[in-house]
Design a protein. Structure first.
Ligand SMILES: [Zn+2]
Length: 335
């Protein structure tokens, strides 16, 4: 049986910048098939795994896309100019290795004349090592997508880092849970959504199609525990599963918040209350689908979100998975 860390490693070895999620979807679908679960893919590319049940219909959502880069043009010296897929700060992009989906590797760097404070995506480029424009065009064309070139690595004390823990973690929590659920009457649909990082687009159509009685979104949240963190919350690495109260796009349904808190306390699962005022998740679009869907979330605190070195604590990931499994198996959410 695959552990949640095994699943995470497999997902971190794939690429899925927003709009280009098919490789990751294939790996998730293969693991679901091995566990005897059926799956389908909708028109936008959302992967939907179904575990039938006779009870309330539950939508579990984890976005499988990641931030990335899109080539916009090749300049006369053979450097690839680009824009961001999703929210990326230029501060994260100084001499960083990236890889295009076609296998071409490169380094993101910047025009030397621009001061750090004046740097924009338009004054940066990807150096793919091409001698001139013609050679560059043989490797990369406008519209080709790239991503941070890195893998999952271990730190001390059960901590890990990788470029795309947002949201490989949510996908691993959802997949591990649906693969290992016992005695659950809920009719469970696990949606691995596309294009969250560019506006939570996939969750919108998937939520319409599933027509759930309620929904739980699995994602990451800011870990506000680094030196001089210029932030706003109390969530921190090692504090347990983060039960969503609010993000910038949604206020979680009170019955789901209290059911998750209750489940965590009854089952001795470490948890923390998650309030973030910047950054939304799929929660916002799901709760506004059709005539409204009561929605909550279980998140995992991550440091340095949207950088090449997103960092998390395995104990928080295990706690999030245990909380989700217990909530579904005890059917503690009654709506
Ligand atoms: Zn996310």
């Amino acid at each position: 049986m695959l552990s949640i860390k095994d699943i995470l490693k497999k997902l971190c070895a794939t690429a899925s910048p927003s709009g280009f999620e098919s490789e990751t979807a294939k790996v998730i679908a293969e693991m679901a098939e091995d566990a005897g679960l059926s799956h389908s893919t909708d028109a936008l590319g959302n992967l939907i795994i179904h575990r039938p049940g006779v009870g309330r219909r539950v939508l579990l959502d984890a976005h499988m896309d990641t931030i990335g880069f899109l080539a916009t043009f090749i300049d006369e010296k053979g450097f690839v100019r680009f824009d961001a897929l999703g929210g990326i700060s230029v501060c994260e992009l100084h001499n960083i290795p990236v890889k295009f989906l076609n296998g071409t590797r490169g380094v993101i760097s910047y025009e030397q004349k621009t001061e750090l404070k004046d740097r924009k995506m338009s004054s940066m480029f990807i150096d793919i090592g091409a001698k001139d424009e013609k050679t560059a065009r043989e490797a990369v064309l406008p519209g080709d997508a790239a991503y941070f070139d890195g893998e999952l690595r271990e730190l001390s004390g059960g901590r890990i880092f990788a470029p795309y823990l947002d949201n490989r973690i949510g996908c691993a929590v959802a997949l591990h849970t649906i693969m290992n659920l016992k005695k659950c009457d809920y009719d469970v649909y696990a949606v691995f959504s596309v294009q969250e990082e560019v506006g939570c687009r996939g969750a919108k159509t998937a939520a319409y199609a599933v027509e759930a009685d309620f929904s739980i979104v699995l994602d990451v949240t800011d870990s506000c525990d680094t030196p001089c963190f210029d932030g706003y919350g109390e969530t921190g690495m090692g504090g347990g599963a983060a039960i969503k109260i609010m993000d910038a796009a949604a206020i979680a349904h009170p019955s789901i918040i209290s059911a998750l808190v209750d489940t965590a306390e009854k089952n001795d699962i470490a948890y923390q209350r998650d309030v973030i005022t910047a950054g939304g998740t799929d929660t916002g679009n799901i709760q506004l689908s059709r005539a409204g869907v009561p929605t909550g979330g279980i998140s995992v605190p991550v440091r340095y979100i949207h950088s090449p070195c997103e960092t998390a604590d395995m104990s928080d990931i295990e706690a999030a998975a245990k909380l989700l499994r217990c909530a579904l198996e005890t059917q503690s959410i009654i709506l």
